[in-house]
Design a protein around this ligand. Structure first.
Ligand SMILES: NC(=O)C1=CN([C@@H]2O[C@H](COP(=O)(O)OP(=O)(O)OC[C@H]3O[C@@H](n4cnc5c(N)ncnc54)[C@H](O)[C@@H]3O)[C@@H](O)[C@H]2O)C=CC1
Ligand SMILES: CC(=O)C(=O)O
Ligand SMILES: [Mg+2]
Length: 603
């Protein structure tokens, strides 16, 4: 793990803006010699200039030739490309893990170079450090583990967290991504192995939002696991006990949140991949007290809503027609319910609170109606009444196939975590959709858990669909020079901007208005021409640009809603006097960009 010199954070903050200009400001270090080479934040490998080698006691610890940043970059890319060449024809998982390892080694050694190659090659590298490969990494975490990254708070640490939090070497932390490993992507309970998710999400924060990597903190809250295979695995690195439940569980999360708040009152905590009951409960419990959000509920909802509004535009209809769209959501978990909740709010805004949207919700037991026994309170508002479905010939627990055939939905959206649940019959039934451009969103991750593949969607549902998946698929060649465009409907298009906007506004909470602004910003980012071509989301190549826009929209709303308290020298007064363009510029100026800063040693 990298270590950060004690008061370096303050000087880094000062040089923060200068980092994005041609001449980077100096960076103060409180260590010398080999300690610097072993610190990925400061390490430049062979890139230390001779004068710096003298100043920092590095002379003789490196080969004599000084290699430029550009040359180091090219060398890394060459080794990455030869790995690609040498592993051609090997099993996909083997290749993906080999790619992850080479990137991870760089991450552990030299963060400046790591984040530069990540930013410049985000389209190629996101599938390695994020979904789908991150899922494979979590599954194989015990075997892959070499060095710790982030912090681990376990059930055994009860009563100690307030002091433990000071073990983190960085003085300042802006963004924390927290998981308890209970629902990692669509892979279920992976216990402590789920730490890969906060690490991957925070890599996206650095790459997309320009959050300074010295101010991020991935956290695993290990309260045990109910995964029997892991409990029996002699290599498993987490607590070997069943998950804590009830008040015992909540007291651990409470203690962690208090500890974070005590040390870094302005840090933003993103809850990630918690099983549904805790996802909703913790969001409810903390959202008015801390600056936090749940990415699976709220980030996903915004991304899905942006895509749903895009499909209305793709049909050539006015946005207000969203209220008339028939949407079938498959999966009544934290993500599916989050989407429906936000979609309902959008319908109410467009058509008034009395509007009656045409949403159909299914879980593993089929269509959810008011007749469902032990219905989850969060799903209850979306349960159909007998009167709403009898005309359609539907009933409690109707299968997906029946629902699609009878409803003829405009949109079929999957957040079930079940690979292949949009089978051939279901997809063929979408040909009878009442929409001129039916939309299929197979949003579950990783790839094997997607409700269908892109090829299956275009083959079975027809060429006139719009398609989106949570993990990346290649565009589909439809023949005759036509291409079926594949969108990636993933919360990565929003969470970095939500975090960035909240951070720079100094908001003490994240409001519904801020989240709605984020979704609307993403929805309006695409041009009519792109939408007509079935392109609902920006290319991941432009993720830094869309994130700046989303961050600015979130910040503006925080100011309007009077929750922005400002940050550093820029207080709420200064923020409220900034123009729209001024806010966007302010956001961009505060995005960290990786370049080697001159290092200055201070005792
Ligand atoms: N693309 C994206 O940005 C995001 C994707 N996801 C993905 O969504 C999936 C679900 O996440 P959560 O809602 O948090 O999980 P969850 O475990 O809370 O909910 C899963 C839901 O799917 C239902 N389900 C299971 N089998 C089914 C079947 N055969 N047919 C219909 N419904 C079925 C369950 O009853 C449950 O309601 C995961 O795969 C996750 O990776 C989650 C967040 C963001
Ligand atoms: C993308 C994401 O957050 C998930 O699949 O859980
Ligand atoms: Mg997630």
């Amino acid at each position: 793990m990298w270590r950060v010199a004690r008061s370096a954070a303050a000087s880094l903050r000062q040089s923060h803006r200068r980092l994005s200009t041609a001449i980077p400001g100096p960076c103060i270090v409180h260590k010398r010699g080999a300690d610097i080479l072993h610190d990925p934040w400061f390490n430049k490998d062979t890139g230390f200039p001779l004068t710096e080698r003298d100043r920092l006691g590095l002379r003789g610890l490196l080969p004599p030739r000084v290699i430029s940043f550009e040359h180091q970059y090219a060398r890394f890319m060459e080794s990455y490309q030869s790995l690609e060449k040498n592993t051609q024809g090997q099993h996909e998982n083997f290749v993906s893990l080999a790619k992850w390892r080479i990137l991870n080694r760089l991450h552990d050694r030299n963060e400046t170079l790591y984040y530069r190659v990540l930013i410049d090659n985000i389209k190629n590298f996101a599938p390695i450090i994020y979904t789908p490969t991150v899922g494979l990494v979590c599954q194989n975490y015990s075997g892959l583990f070499r060095r710790p990254r982030g912090m681990y708070f376990s059930a055994k640490d009860k009563g100690e967290m307030m002091s433990m939090i000071y073990n983190w070497p960085s003085q300042e932390v802006d963004m924390i991504v927290l998981t308890d490993g209970s629902r990692i992507l669509g892979l279920g309970d992976l216990g402590v192995q789920g730490i890969g998710i906060p690490i991957g999400k925070l890599d996206m924060y650095v790459a997309a939002a320009g959050i300074n990597p010295q101010r991020i903190l991935p956290v695993m809250l290990d309260v045990g696991t109910n995964n029997q295979k892991l409990l029996e695995d002699r290599l498993y690195l987490g607590l070997r006990q069943p998950r804590l439940e009830g008040e015992e569980y909540l007291s651990i999360v409470d203690e962690f949140m208090e500890a974070v708040h005590a040390r870094w009152p302005k840090a933003i905590v993103q809850f990630e991949d918690f099983q549904m009951k805790w996802a909703f409960e913790t969001l409810d419990r903390y959202r008015k007290r801390f600056c936090m959000f749940n990415d699976d509920i709220q980030g996903t909802a915004g991304v899905a809503l942006a895509g749903l509004l895009g499909t209305v535009r793709a049909q050539g209809r006015p946005l207000t027609d969203f209220a008339n769209q028939k949407i079938v959501v498959v999966g009544a978990g934290s993500a599916g319910l989050g989407v429906l909740k936000m979609a309902l709010q959008a319908v109410s805004r467009m058509a008034g609170p009395e509007a009656d949207p045409h949403f159909f919700l299914l879980d593993k037991d089929g269509l959810i109606t008011k007749e469902r026994k032990d219905i989850d309170p969060a799903a209850a508002p979306f349960a159909k009444t007998q009167g709403e479905i009898e005309g359609l010939g539907l009933h409690e627990g109707a299968s997906l196939n029946e629902v699609v055939k009878k409803v003829k939905p405009h949109v079929l959206l999957g957040l079930s975590g079940v690979g292949g649940v949009f089978n051939e019959e279901v997809l063929k039934a979408m040909r009878e959709s009442d929409s001129t451009k039916p939309a299929i969103f197979a949003m579950s991750n990783p790839t094997a858990n997607a409700e269908c593949t892109a090829v299956e969607a275009f083959n079975h549902a027809g060429e006139d669909i719009v398609f989106a998946s949570g993990s990346p698929f290649a565009d589909v060649n439809l023949g005759n020079g036509k291409i079926g465009h594949v969108n990636q409907a993933n919360n990565m298009y929003l969470f970095p901007g939500i975090g960035l906007g909240a951070l720079l506004s100094g908001a003490h909470i994240i409001t519904d208005g801020m989240l709605q602004a984020a979704a609307e910003c993403l929805a309006s980012y695409m041009t009519d021409d792109e939408i007509q071509r079935g392109v609902l989301y920006p290319s991941i190549d432009s993720i830094r640009d869309i994130t700046a826009e989303v961050g600015a929209a979130v910040l503006r709303t925080a100011v309007v809603e009077e929750v922005a308290e400002g940050r550093g020298d820029v207080g709420s007064r200064e923020l409220s006097h900034m123009s729209k363009e001024g806010i966007l510029q302010y956001v961009k100026d505060n995005m960290w960009y990786p370049v080697y800063s001159p290092l200055v040693h201070e005792k």
